[in-house]
Design a binder for this molecule. Structure first.
Ligand code: SF4
Length: 266
């Protein structure tokens, strides 16, 4: 740590299952824990609801961080280029910078919800010398089944968006699978229209930028029956067809997000 200040203990709630379970797991172990949620301004209502429920459960304020300026502002700053996995300016501006501002030059131990069954992941580790990460689930050997048990036993259960989507984060997140975009169009048609509007803006500029690489959201939704059929076919285990959360998330084993995105989804 970089100075003689006392250590602050911080745990980021993303709206995802793992950080929620970690918050519950740590609640009585570190009473001085500060909980925060970096709100991008484009969160799903289910996520915001879940964060409110978490706050009630923890009996402690979850500090809402925000960047002050929203996605539209940073979109303009980035030449109206939509973010992609290779150019994730959204995470940097809407999640990481507000977090680092919140920390300032305080000494911080940041609790990261990577599980014991995710040995390949390290999570976001700030390069700031005053921020250190720790991994209680990894250290204590807790895996996905433990996370589900913790959430079930707390009475909170899984966030509601798991009925149709495998991750928290922005409604327009480019990491969504096609079946999840279809889910967005059916569950939140207004948000789907807003996401489409970002693509239309690019069409107006004569650029063919879309949220997914090979087709626009309009094109995708026009073949939603095909996408649903492909998704059903891809689920070879009958039990998974009965559990959309498992089917969508594959217990995270096939996620292709990398460290920065754990800030949004964990
Ligand atoms: S959830 Fe997706 S779109 Fe939102 S900040 Fe994270 S990576 Fe970017």
């Amino acid at each position: 740590m970089s100075n003689n200040k006392p250590i602050r203990h911080l745990l980021g709630i993303s709206g995802g299952k793992d950080s929620a379970a970690l918050a519950i797991y740590m609640r009585d172990k570190v009473p001085e824990m500060e909980y925060f949620f970096a709100d991008t301004g484009a969160e799903l209502p289910e996520t915001l609801e879940f964060v409110d429920l978490m706050e009630d459960y923890l009996g402690k304020k979850i500090i809402r961080l925000n960047a002050g300026k929203g996605f539209d502002h940073y979109l303009k700053l980035n030449g109206n280029f939509l973010p992609t996995a290779r150019s994730r300016w959204c995470t940097i501006n809407l999640k990481l910078k507000p977090f680092e501002q919140f920390v300032g030059d305080d000494n911080v131990l940041s609790y990261v919800a990577i599980r014991a069954d995710e040995p390949q992941r390290t999570g976001y580790i700030s390069t700031k010398p005053n921020i250190k990460a720790c991994y209680p689930f990894k250290e204590d050997g807790l895996d996905i089944s433990d996370v589900k048990n913790i959430l079930d036993e707390s009475g909170l259960g899984m966030p509601k968006y798991y009925e149709w989507r495998s991750r928290s984060g922005c409604y327009f997140c480019f990491y969504q699978r096609k079946i999840e975009w279809i889910g967005l169009s059916e569950r939140h048609p207004d948000y789907f229209e807003k996401a489409k509007a970002f693509e239309l803006y690019h069409k107006n500029l004569g650029r063919n930028h879309t949220w997914t690489q090979d087709e626009s959201l309009d094109e995708m939704v026009a073949r939603k029956d095909e996408i649903k059929a492909q998704f059903a076919l891809s689920q070879d285990k009958p039990k998974k067809l009965n559990n959309l959360m498992d089917a969508l998330s594959g217990d995270d084993s096939d996620d292709n997000d990398d460290d920065g995105c754990l800030v949004c989804f964990k």
